[in-house]
Every structure is written in structure tokens, then in C-alpha cells.
Design a protein around this ligand. Structure first.
Ligand SMILES: *Cc1c(COP(=O)(O)O)cnc(C)c1O
Length: 360
């Protein structure tokens, strides 16, 4: 029997090329790699190694645990910043850099730095419109009024995060840029980190000393509505397990939600919602067989989906169908069909896929 498992091809060379394209866009300023959530589902260590080889020296993760395993995988050298922050010393000398998200974080790390007699490296996060993490306006004013609160800290960057960068005309973009500029002007002079992927396409006002792209590295379009300037990175394919003939009037799958209008050939593949092929793609998904687009029919099950292959002459068990990439939908296309964003398609990619790092 053939190996029925789906294969996820991840093109590290395309990720590196995407990073270089963004780095050229931002030059002479620096560009980091955001590799939180296991590099958006693609594998933090292999991705970060490829970025590091391309010249990337700053990495962002969300959790302390992500930072620890990334340090183990990358070795000493690159800066690894932890967006959620951590308590002083909690990185157990892994050399991780916390993002300070509140005045309380600032005071705790500054005190630790003073008592150790060694300034603590950190990034300072100012909230300018996300209302999620970062010092709020009142905390920013307290810091502005008393710079001595920062003694004990070695601040590498002051950062903020855009809420609407993927909507170029949204008024909050300019408002956040203005708030960030004003807040930075009231603090000691520090390098700044502002733009995410989409922010890099908003213009020179959004350039900062260190951009923090994530999604664009992984092939997601940072300029929705305009052609995607990034190279595709992922390709998902799966072999057909079985094909059966059903008569007109027969139903397929849970809930009998699909009823064949004609005698049909139904193919089954081993990809389901447990693999991140979202259940809301029921009746919405499509796959590619060579250059032919074939519709998914019936509900997405946990481990399987079913396709109508009636119009694909000669198709047989073992033939490989493309689910993402190539002639099949991109992550952004599949997201549109699922009513979500490409980020969620990527971060949902299951761990039952056989991952192959090579050309996609
Ligand atoms: C996730 C994240 C990024 C990267 O955003 P993309 O839209 O994927 O480029 C940058 N900065 C912060 C604070 C983030 O949380």
C-alpha cells in the first residue's frame, strides 16, 4: 500500500528570498524575522536558520519557551526578542531579550539591572492604538517625565505595532505613526522598530530602524487588493486513497450535506480539520489535479476530505492532488474561501503532514 500521508513542501530558499526583498526595500535600515508560533506553522528553527544565513540578525518570538528553543537551534549571536516579555532572569541565561509591555515590566527589569550592576537588554513597547500590549499613554507620560526610571536598562529599540497596516488608507496608520513619533521624542533617543510586513509597504513615514515582518516572509500578500509581491513558500499535496462511483441521488459524508446530481466519482484523501484543513471549508474548498481545479464535496471530516473527480478522466488512487500552492489556492485564496486570513491557514497546518524542506 502507498504512503497515504499528505506532504507539506516548505521552500526555505523562497523564505530567504522574501526576506532579502524586504531587506532591500528597507535598506539601509535593518529587517528582523518574526518567527513566533513556530514561524507561522512552518518550523521556527529551520526557518530562522535560513533567515540567519541570508543575513537576518534579529528574531521575534511570542513566548519565552519559543525563545528558548530558538536559541538552542540558532546558537549564540542573533538577537531573539520575546514579544510577551518574561520576568527578570527567567530566560536562564539563554540571552533572550524581553519586550517590556508595561511600566511594571520596566520597573522590574530596571531594578534587576541596577542590582546586578549590569544593564538589562530589553525592548520598550509603546501602545499607539492596538490596546493589546505595550505602555499606555499614561505610562508613557510617566516615563517621559522621569527618564531615571530607565536606569538599569539597555534598551535596544523602542517599538510599536500597527493595527491596520494591511489597509493602506486607514486613518489609524498615520495616527499611530504620529503618536509613536511624539512618544519617542519625549524619551531618550533610541532606535525604533515599527513596521510589520504590510507596514513596509506604507511608505517612508513607516520605515523604522528595525522592521518586523512575519507573514510576508511566508508568502502571504502584505498588500491585499494588489498583486502579491512575495514568492510562494508552501505547497500541500496528498495522494488519493480511494475512488468510488456513486449514483445520482447518493449523498457524501457527514450530515449527507452533498447529494450527487449526476452519477459521480468521489475521491478521498487523508487531510481533515485535525490537519488544519478548516471544517468551514466544507463545500468551499477546491484542489488541483494537474492543471484542473476539482471541487471538494461534503463536509470536511477530522481526517479526510472528499472530492468530486468525475470530470478528471483517468484519475486513479495514488494520483497526487494539490491542496495549497501551484495550481491550487494559495494560503490567501484558501483563507478567503474559509472566511479567515492566510495567517490562520498557515498556523493551522497540522503536524501529521510530512514536512519536506526544499523547493516548493
Ligand atoms: C506578529 C507580529 C509582527 C509580524 O506581523 P506580520 O503582519 O506577520 O508581518 C510584528 N510585530 C508584532 C508585535 C507582532 O505581534
Amino acid at each position: 500500500m502507498m504512503d497515504p500521508s499528505a506532504v507539506l513542501h516548505i521552500d526555505l530558499a523562497a523564505i530567504a528570498a522574501n526576506w532579502r526583498a524586504l531587506a532591500m526595500r528597507a535598506a539601509p535600515r535593518a529587517v528582523a524575522g518574526v518567527v513566533k508560533a513556530n514561524a507561522y506553522g512552518l518550523g521556527a528553527v529551520p526557518v530562522a536558520r535560513a533567515l540567519n544565513a541570508a543575513g537576518c540578525r534579529h528574531f521575534f518570538v511570542a513566548h519565552l519557551s519559543e525563545g528558548m528553543s530558538l536559541r538552542a537551534g540558532l546558537g549564540a549571536g542573533p538577537i531573539i526578542a520575546v514579544l510577551d516579555g518574561f520576568a527578570p532572569g527567567a530566560d536562564e541565561d539563554a540571552g533572550l531579550v524581553p519586550v517590556l509591555n508595561s511600566l511594571g515590566d520596566v520597573l522590574a527589569h530596571a531594578a534587576a539591572g541596577r542590582s546586578a550592576g549590569r544593564a538589562q537588554q530589553a525592548l520598550l513597547h509603546l501602545d499607539t492604538g492596538m490596546a493589546r500590549l505595550g505602555l499606555d499613554a499614561g505610562e508613557q507620560a510617566r516615563l517621559a517625565a522621569d527618564h531615571s526610571l530607565l536606569v538599569g536598562l539597555d534598551l535596544l529599540y523602542v517599538m510599536s505595532h500597527l493595527a491596520c497596516a494591511d489597509e493602506a488608507d486607514h486613518p489609524l496608520n498615520a495616527e499611530q505613526a504620529a503618536r509613536f513619533a511624539r512618544a519617542c521624542a519625549a524619551l531618550p533617543k533610541l532606535p525604533r522598530s515599527f513596521a510589520n510586513s504590510s507596514g513596509l509597504f506604507l511608505g517612508a513615514d513607516y520605515a523604522s530602524d528595525l522592521a518586523r515582518p512575519g507573514c510576508a516572509l511566508y508568502g502571504i500578500n502584505p498588500t491585499p487588493g494588489a498583486p502579491n509581491p512575495m514568492l510562494p513558500v508552501v505547497r500541500l499535496e496528498a495522494p488519493i486513497l480511494q475512488i468510488r462511483d456513486i449514483p445520482a441521488g447518493a449523498s457524501v459524508g457527514y450530515g449527507a450535506s452533498f447529494v450527487a446530481a449526476r452519477p459521480s466519482r468521489i475521491a478521498t484523501i487523508a487531510v481533515g480539520y485535525a490537519d488544519g484543513y478548516l471544517r468551514c471549508l466544507s463545500g468551499q474548498g477546491v484542489v488541483a489535479y494537474r492543471d484542473m481545479i476539482l471541487p471538494m464535496v461534503g463536509r470536511v471530516s477530522m481526517d479526510l476530505i472528499t472530492l468530486d473527480v468525475t470530470d478528471a478522466p483517468g484519475i486513479a488512487p495514488g494520483d497526487v492532488l494539490q491542496l495549497i500552492g501551484g495550481a491550487a489556492p494559495s494560503p490567501d485564496d484558501l483563507a478567503a474561501r474559509a472566511g479567515t486570513i492566510g495567517y490562520e491557514i498557515l498556523t493551522s497546518l497540522g503536524d501529521r503532514y510530512r514536512r519536506i524542506y526544499g523547493a516548493a
